[in-house]
Design a protein around this ligand. Sequence first.
Ligand SMILES: *[C@@H]1O[C@H](CO)[C@@H](O)[C@H](O)[C@H]1NC(C)=O
Ligand SMILES: *[C@@H]1O[C@H](CO)[C@@H](O)[C@H](O)[C@H]1NC(C)=O
Ligand SMILES: *[C@@H]1O[C@H](CO)[C@@H](O)[C@H](O)[C@H]1NC(C)=O
Ligand SMILES: *[C@@H]1O[C@H](CO)[C@@H](O)[C@H](O)[C@H]1NC(C)=O
Ligand SMILES: *[C@@H]1O[C@H](CO)[C@@H](O)[C@H](O)[C@H]1NC(C)=O
Ligand SMILES: *[C@@H]1O[C@H](CO)[C@@H](O)[C@H](O)[C@H]1NC(C)=O
Ligand SMILES: *[C@@H]1O[C@H](CO)[C@@H](O)[C@H](O)[C@H]1NC(C)=O
Ligand SMILES: *[C@@H]1O[C@H](CO)[C@@H](O)[C@H](O)[C@H]1NC(C)=O
Length: 480
Amino acid sequence: MDVQRVGTCFIVIGILLVTHGDVEFVSANTILNVALGKNASQTDTAVGITPALAVDGFPSTCSISATASANWTLDLGDFYIIEEVSETRSESQWVSSVLKATSENTGWLSTNIKGANDTNVWMAENLHFVEVWFPGTVSPTQFDIYFESGAGSVKTIKCSDIYTLSYDPIWRNNPDNITNGRQMVSHVVNSSCFANWYHLEFAVSNHPLQVDAISSRGERDNQSWQQWASIVDDVSSELSGYEASNIKGVNDGAVWQPQSALNLQYVEVMFDNKVHVTRVDVYETITPVSSSSVAQIFSPHLTASCFSNHIMVEFQLFQHDVKVDAIRLHADKPPISIQLGMTQELYQAQEIMNRSSIATWRPADKGPYRYIRIQGSPQQEPLKLCNLQIKGYVSPRKPLFKPVKFITMTIPRIGKVSNIQSIIACATICTSQTAPPCVTGQFDPERQSCAMFGGFEHRKDNDNKNETMVFQFAAHLFEN
Ligand SMILES: *[C@@H]1O[C@H](CO)[C@@H](O)[C@H](O)[C@H]1NC(C)=O
Ligand SMILES: *[C@@H]1O[C@H](CO)[C@@H](O)[C@H](O)[C@H]1NC(C)=O
Ligand SMILES: *[C@@H]1O[C@H](CO)[C@@H](O)[C@H](O)[C@H]1NC(C)=O
Ligand SMILES: *[C@@H]1O[C@H](CO)[C@@H](O)[C@H](O)[C@H]1NC(C)=O
Ligand SMILES: *[C@@H]1O[C@H](CO)[C@@H](O)[C@H](O)[C@H]1NC(C)=O
Ligand SMILES: *[C@@H]1O[C@H](CO)[C@@H](O)[C@H](O)[C@H]1NC(C)=O
Ligand SMILES: *[C@@H]1O[C@H](CO)[C@@H](O)[C@H](O)[C@H]1NC(C)=O
Ligand SMILES: *[C@@H]1O[C@H](CO)[C@@H](O)[C@H](O)[C@H]1NC(C)=O
């Protein structure tokens, strides 16, 4: 076959069968986390941290950049078909203590729920609940309930928020989903609750229902989007013993009280981190005329958004006594942008991932890709990645090549073979080179040699008379 006649049209000119190829096809479709332990780099990195912590398999260790405009990049080392990308700080934990349960049978105590699924069970009869603690306070995203025997379901999960102190349902089974026998049932919850104390109510349809263990999954790091005032930098008036500086920190009973109850009053407070403010909570106690005090959290609907760490709150006071205990700022978790590319310069797929929801992206175009680049929000905070997972498999090395001309490769070659007579022979050599894998072969007709490359980085060069063969899946990178 004469490659010259094919010219610059992109036509499959040969299917090259090589012995190594078959082995690769068989193992190709096992979908794994292909990011684990791969080579990560970052444009700048916080002291004492390495970029590799994002892909070390431990959600509790994180890569952190020094600046908010940093880029984090991963080289997968080969070309992969990408099914799913996710980034989460979520970690799972087992119940550490049981506070309350509606029924207890000797040998089937509710405390048996503690720890992992170990076949030590709590027996629930009829309609029942347990109240459980977990060691870590998190924003819960999922509950896994291990049933041992019997039939029934979880009806409600309530969460005891540490800030609002409310005890709200965060999940309801509607309609009832009955579980029968030994199994693990997962319920995804969506709530802004931040807690380590939950109430689970069970419905029993065929008693006894035996509950073995409960694990919760959630996001632990709340630093970036909930903060208490750290500095009070201006105030209109204050009473001795009720200074404005009492507003600092959590709602602790130490309050600010202005001198006059019949005036416009204000405080200005600062927070540690600048954020896109989504909510401000003012913790106050109010003593109406001839009545006892009530505590309340005032969370006004914000009519404009702002990016700041400096908040001024004005109070219009009437015939009652208002004291301010604390002020808390809420913000959106900053989104991250994830890009997937075949080369270090060109990224073909991109997604903005919202970290306020469970962040999973299934790219419409699955690639193959080799490089992953992640950017944070340049004005917000350093980029923090704890558990980046990329589910995929090695792109089948289908021995389909496309010829291109006038190309100079811009990456170092991985090997060179002499005494080569044709571009087809060069492509065959490239296909059989699997460690490191060759994806581009370049035949030099003058020197009768074949250079092999592990990537596609190149530039146009009308003086280069080499004949280049690239794997078909990358042919579009060489057009024009
Ligand atoms: C990891 O990537 C860096 C930067 O791209 C490179 O210098 C280094 O050689 C790579 N290490 C390995 C083991 O591939
Ligand atoms: C990060 O990548 C973007 C392109 O996506 C680029 O504009 C920006 O300058 C890069 N930041 C750094 C610190 O290199
Ligand atoms: C605990 O559950 C897992 C599945 O989530 C299962 O593989 C394991 O065998 C269970 N252990 C016991 C002791 O039942
Ligand atoms: C009930 O179970 C089915 C199958 O396990 C599941 O598809 C469905 O989402 C469940 N419904 C609820 C409300 O949990
Ligand atoms: C989570 O709940 C909020 C309101 O509570 C809702 O706006 C949002 O769409 C929900 N997200 C998902 C993924 O269910
Ligand atoms: C984050 O949560 C912890 C509880 O785990 C709490 O002590 C801390 O004050 C919270 N931080 C902020 C900034 O809200
Ligand atoms: C991200 O979350 C915000 C609310 O927190 C929502 O308004 C927005 O639509 C979400 N964006 C995406 C892409 O899910
Ligand atoms: C083939 O490419 C190499 C490296 O770019 C170059 O040194 C060589 O001169 C090229 N051969 C021809 C015939 O252009």
